[in-house]
Design a protein around this ligand. Structure first.
Ligand SMILES: *Cc1c(COP(=O)(O)O)cnc(C)c1O
Length: 417
C-alpha cells in the first residue's frame, strides 16, 4: 500500500491539514455546488437524451447532440454560443483558430498580460519563422506588461482610446510564469474600464485552467470570446481530446466558418462518437475541478508547513485556476518530487522521470504525467524547468484522495536524503 510508504511526519501533518483546511474546503464545496447546479440545469434545459450520443458519421449533418453540447458549454461559460469539437485538438489549436478567424491582414492585437503562454509565441510569430504565424499573415502584435501582477490599467485605457486595435487578449492563468493568476473580479473591472473608452475591440480571454473555479465565468464578466482546452477543466477528465471557443454569436460563427468553411459553419462536422464523453466530461467537471483545487490547497498547506519557499497561491488564498507553484530549492528535491508524483500515478507508475531537453526550450525539463489521457492536466500532473529556483508547476487530481496520496508520496520521496 502507498500509505505504508509515506513518511511519518508527512502523514501526521496530513491529519492536521484536514483539521486546518476545513473552512477552505467548505468554501470550495460551496462553489462546486453552485457550478454543479449550473451544469445540471443546462442539461435539463437542453433536454439531453440518450439519442444525443448517436454516432453521426460522414459530414455530420443534423447532430442534435453536438448542438446541445455546445449550448451547454455556452450556458456554463455565460456566453451566447460555443464551438466545442474534437477537431479542435487542444487549447493551443483553439486559440490559433480564434485568432486566425478574428484577425485579418493589417489588424493589431494586444496581449494585456505581458508575454503570452509558451505555446502562443510561435503562432503569434514572436519566435520561429512559420509561414502560418499571425505575423506572417500581416497581423501586428503588441503587448502591455503587468506591473506587480496587476494590469497596467492606465496604459491599457490610453492605448485603447485609439480605435486601431482589433483584439485584446487576456491570459487568466499564470501559465509558466511567476506572476499570479488574475481573478475574474480583476478582469471584469478591467473590461468595464475598456468599455468606457472602446466599444468595438474584441476582448478575448485565454481561459485555460480557470473554468468552474469561481462562481462566475469569463462570459459573465463581459468577455467577447473565451477559449479553452478539454484536456483541462471542462473535459472533466473524461473527454479524450478537444478544445472550445465560446463567446458572442457573431464571433463564434466566424470561428466556425474558419474551422469548417464559409457556408458550413457550425452545421457540419462528425464528432467521431465523442458526444457521450464530452457530455459526461462537462457533467463531471465541477467535481473534477473541486478535487483538483483541494489537491492544490492540500499541497500548498503541506509544503508551506514543511518549509518550502514561495508556495503560490497560499493554501487560504482565493484561487482563479487550478495551478499550484512551489520552489523546491534544489535540483535533487525537484527531480525526486516529480518522480514521486509519477510513481504514484495510475498509469506509467514504473516510468522514471529524468530531466530532458524539450523542443523550443533553452533548459531541461522534468515532467510527471501518469494520466489516462495523454498530457491531460486535469489529472494530477507536475512539471518544471530544471533551473534555479527550481519552481514546480502542478495541477489536477481527479479525486482528492488520489491527489492527496500523490502529494504525500512525492513529499516522502523529495525529503529522503
Ligand atoms: C494549457 C494552456 C494553453 C494551451 O492548451 P493546450 O490544450 O495545452 O494546448 C494555453 N494557455 C494557457 C494559459 C494554458 O494553461
Amino acid at each position: 500500500m502507498i500509505r505504508n510508504e509515506i513518511d511519518r511526519e508527512v502523514w501526521d501533518l496530513s491529519l492536521q491539514a484536514e483539521e486546518d483546511l476545513k473552512d477552505v474546503y467548505q468554501e470550495l464545496d460551496r462553489i462546486c455546488m453552485v457550478n454543479s447546479d449550473k451544469v445540471l440545469s443546462a442539461f435539463l434545459e437542453n433536454k439531453v437524451s440518450y439519442s444525443d450520443f448517436a454516432d453521426i458519421n460522414g459530414y455530420g449533418n443534423y447532430d442534435p447532440g453536438r448542438d446541445k453540447l455546445e449550448k451547454i458549454f455556452s450556458a456554463v461559460l455565460g456566453t451566447e454560443d460555443a464551438l466545442v469539437r474534437p477537431h479542435i485538438m487542444s487549447g493551443t489549436n483553439a486559440l490559433y483558430l480564434a485568432f486566425s478567424a478574428l484577425l485579418k491582414y493589417g489588424d493589431t492585437m494586444i496581449s494585456l498580460t505581458g508575454t503570452p503562454y509558451d505555446s502562443l509565441q510561435e503562432m503569434i510569430g514572436l519566435i520561429g519563422d512559420s509561414t502560418q504565424s499571425l505575423k506572417a499573415y500581416g497581423v501586428k502584435y503588441e503587448q502591455i506588461d503587468l506591473i506587480d501582477n496587476e494590469f497596467d490599467e492606465e496604459k491599457i485605457v490610453e492605448r485603447l482610446k485609439k480605435r486601431d486595435v482589433k483584439l485584446v487578449e487576456i491570459q487568466r492563468s499564470r501559465g509558466y510564469s511567476h506572476r499570479l493568476s488574475l481573478t475574474l473580479d480583476k478582469i471584469g473591472h478591467l473590461i468595464e474600464r475598456i468599455r468606457e473608452v472602446n466599444e468595438e475591440v474584441i476582448i478575448m480571454i485565454d481561459n485555460c485552467y480557470g473554468e468552474l473555479v469561481e462562481e462566475k465565468e469569463a462570459g459573465d464578466i463581459g468577455a467577447d470570446v473565451v477559449v479553452g482546452s478539454l484536456m483541462k477543466n471542462l473535459g472533466g477528465g473524461v473527454a479524450s481530446t478537444g478544445g472550445y471557443v465560446a463567446g458572442k454569436k457573431k464571433y463564434v460563427d466566424m470561428v466556425a466558418d474558419r474551422l469548417t468553411s464559409p457556408g458550413i459553419g457550425k452545421e457540419q462536422g462528425a464528432n467521431f462518437n465523442q458526444n457521450n464523453a464530452f457530455f459526461k466530461g462537462i457533467f463531471m467537471a465541477p467535481k473534477a475541478v473541486n478535487s483538483a483545487l483541494k489537491t492544490a490547497v492540500f499541497a500548498a498547506y503541506m509544503m508551506e508547513k514543511l518549509g518550502y519557499k514561495n508556495v503560490s497561491p497560499r493554501y487560504d488564498e482565493k484561487r482563479t485556476d487550478i495551478i499550484q507553484t512551489v520552489e523546491l530549492g534544489d535540483e535533487d528535491s525537484l527531480v525526486k518530487f516529480t518522480q514521486g508524483i509519477q510513481e504514484s500515478s495510475p498509469i506509467d507508475s514504473f516510468v522514471r522521470v529524468l530531466p530532458a531537453p524539450m523542443p523550443g526550450y533553452p533548459f531541461e525539463e522534468v515532467m510527471a504525467a501518469g494520466s489516462f489521457t495523454q498530457g491531460s492536466t486535469i489529472e494530477l500532473s507536475a512539471d518544471a524547468p530544471v533551473i534555479p529556483p527550481y519552481t514546480l508547476y502542478m495541477q489536477g487530481g481527479l479525486t482528492y484522495e488520489y491527489g492527496k496520496l500523490g502529494i504525500m508520496a512525492a513529499l516522502t520521496k523529495a525529503r529522503k536524503k
